[in-house]
Ligand binder design. Sequence first.
Ligand code: DAL
Ligand code: ZN
Length: 281
Amino acid sequence: MRRNKKRKIRKTIIFVTALLFILFGAFLIIDKFNKDELPLSEVHEEEPTNNEQEEETSVEPEKEPEEKPEEPVQPEEPGQEQPAEETDYSIIIENPEKIDVLVNKTRALPENYVPEDLVTLSEVPTVLSNPEVNQLRNDACEALTEMFNAAKNEGYELHARSGYRSYYTQAALYSSYVESYGRQAADKYSAKPGQSEHQTGLSMDITCEALNYKLDTTFDQTEEGKWVLENAHHFGYIIRYPKGKEEITGYSYEPWHIRYLGIELAEEVYDSGLTLDEYFQ
Ligand code: DAL
Ligand code: ZN
């Protein structure tokens, strides 16, 4: 009888010890899982990158979050599934330095591509303090200066807001859009890194006082915007993302985004009425 009792006690001790081991093991697994699955926002707060900090202070998105887009961006409803990041099938451009380079959602610039002849805009009014975005390639800069001077002679004052952007600046900008609006909306307004013309140093976002120097689709209703629509091609620039061509370019209408092609090609593209994507098809 006594022996039976002892055996029972031993069994109970073994059972309780095993139970404690199992509970401790389960606790360790849950704890590790929680650490691995930190929400994105917490990761960002803990380790902000230089690019993100810089963007907050000086590189502003082309459509800033506080601006109201013409066609309001529909943020995803809570619980609505975010489309998974699509696999990127874009090809890498072999001669990114060509003036007529075509950059779009299927043709990306190499990550390490930085134009060799970037210069700082010195003769036209600029908006942002970040020196990176106040650069263009030399020929594009000269043409922009000529265009701004010609506009000024007719009484219109244009301002340069965002020109060259490195692959990494574009990556930070694109991420900020995804965070604010969701991936689907972000893809209409912002290029993924490598797919932005801004990395070519041949594109500039322009604005004017009437828009408080911001970027807005109503630029085409300002005196300056109308002048640009009618005259940019004479200086080698085209409106790269025209109205009504969203399905072709893959981006919303951007009357502020001009792209340098040289006068001959810009005039040909303008006269054709085609987007650059269609022109090169
Ligand atoms: N907003 C244009 C498409 C860009 O991000 O380059
Ligand atoms: Zn732009």
